[in-house]
Design a binder for this molecule. Structure first.
Ligand SMILES: C[S@@+](CC[C@H](N)C(=O)[O-])C[C@H]1O[C@@H](n2cnc3c(N)ncnc32)[C@H](O)[C@@H]1O
Length: 383
């Protein structure tokens, strides 16, 4: 016999799968490349991935779509699809390649990433194991890559989220006058603060998605970006912001038993996104218990520049782990896991908090953040 008491709350998997495919324009391709794909074709591709387009914004350089489950970004030669829940993002790949080939475009690079799933048992094949996803991707992108693809997992399996990465690249020279490396910052958060999470419900305080974006502080993360925001019924939030070639995309699952939020900055130049400043603003908005931060760049050597290292932590957070991998295709991925520090040892929290072995941090004040009323950050002293 079923009763209210024994019915499980519906589960929503917030953690996203993300694929980024770079293409080369052929001699007869339209100058706007993938942006020339029709809306019917985009709808067909989203249906294959098991989601749909909710709204869109465009500028002269790109199109950004909010989806029922996350986001799609289309540039002339780059396709970024990010979906959550039990969507089947990879199902859209064969048709995407076919549609691109019909306009003379061939893939030159594929990057597929995801964090660990919060509810892996609910995922359909091939998302049941990373090697299955890699097998599928290799069928479609392996042949273009003379040296073979590469796949790796960063992070500790016993402490929070791990970061899965698949890369394939044709390693052909790129035109240095037009190629710009893609810098990418992704923050994934779980155990959102109760008050923070309540802001993403359509309750009696709800006015509009735009007001939610302002009131939560999300609008301040990239104030000049053109934002397209959506608050789901009864809860849930998605936002795309675009500025030139840069994008910010935020997705929130606020239900207490599965709370999750992700914030991504991509396509901005190295000097336009400061990971430390952004992270400190992001944790203020979401007050998460656990955080993972991924910094990545394609092609260039990140060790030569400031980008690619999280040099300080937000106040109140401790570092659990750092892992990084230099890709044989060029570029690097660095992965940090953080957890909220306990005020009082023994206060109620999750086993993960107790398991954390924080590395030593030094508290310092940051002049650059002072004008933003931020808490002091903590320099990472050992990692
Ligand atoms: C906004 S989407 C974003 C998911 C995202 N990947 C994240 O970071 O959590 C998921 C949230 O919207 C809610 N939601 C409500 N209606 C939905 C719909 N039709 N499709 C997907 N999510 C919906 C879910 O319960 C969940 O809280």
């Amino acid at each position: 016999m079923m009763s209210e008491e024994i019915l499980h709350a519906p589960i929503f998997e917030g953690s996203e799968k993300r694929i980024e495919v770079d293409f080369r324009l052929g001699a007869n391709s339209p100058a706007n490349g993938l942006r020339s794909l029709s809306r019917d074709m985009l709808d067909e591709l989203m249906t294959l991935a098991r989601c749909c387009i909710v709204s869109s914004r465009s500028n002269e350089l790109m199109d950004a779509y909010v989806l029922s489950e996350s986001s799609l970004f289309v540039y002339p030669t780059k396709w970024i699809l990010k979906t959550c829940g039990t969507t089947r993002l990879l199902n859209s790949v064969p048709r995407l390649l076919e549609a691109a080939r019909a306009i003379g475009m061939e893939p030159r690079r594929c990057k597929y990433t995801r964090a660990s799933f919060l509810f892996p048992e609910n995922q359909p094949f091939p998302y049941t194991a990373f090697e299955h996803e890699v097998g599928f991707l290799d069928e479609h992108f392996g042949p273009m890559s003379a040296n073979g693809s590469t796949a790796f997992v960063l992070g500790e399996p016993y402490q929070g989220l791990q970061w899965h990465v698949y890369l394939a690249d044709d390693m052909q020279p790129l035109d240095p006058s037009s190629f710009k490396p893609t810098y990418n910052l992704e923050v994934c958060m779980t155990e959102l603060g109760n008050e923070a999470a309540q802001q993403f419900f359509r309750n009696e305080k709800f006015v509009s998605a735009e007001q939610t974006t302002k009131d939560t502080g999300i609008a301040d993360l990239k104030p000049r970006a053109v934002m397209d925001d959506y608050v789901f019924e009864p809860c849930g939030y998605s936002m795309n912001g675009i500025e030139g070639t840069g994008l910010i995309t935020i997705h929130v699952t606020p239900e207490a038993h599965q709370s999750y939020a992700s914030v991504e900055f991509s396509g901005f130049g190295e000097d336009l996104v400061d990971p430390v400043k952004i992270l400190s603003k992001v944790v203020k908005v979401f007050q998460p218990g656990k955080v993972s931060v991924t910094l990545s760049v394609d092609k260039v050597d990140m060790d030569g520049g400031a980008w690619g290292a999280l040099t300080a932590l937000p106040a109140g957070y401790g570092l659990q782990g750092v892992a990084s991998q230099v890709s044989p295709c060029g570029g690097k991925v660095a992965y940090y896991t953080l957890a909220e520090k306990l005020a009082t040892p023994g206060s109620p929290t999750t086993p993960l908090h107790h398991a954390a072995s924080f590395l030593s941090v030094v508290t310092t004040s940051s002049d650059s953040e002072a004008d933003n009323n931020s808490e002091p950050e903590q320099e990472i002293a050992a990692c």
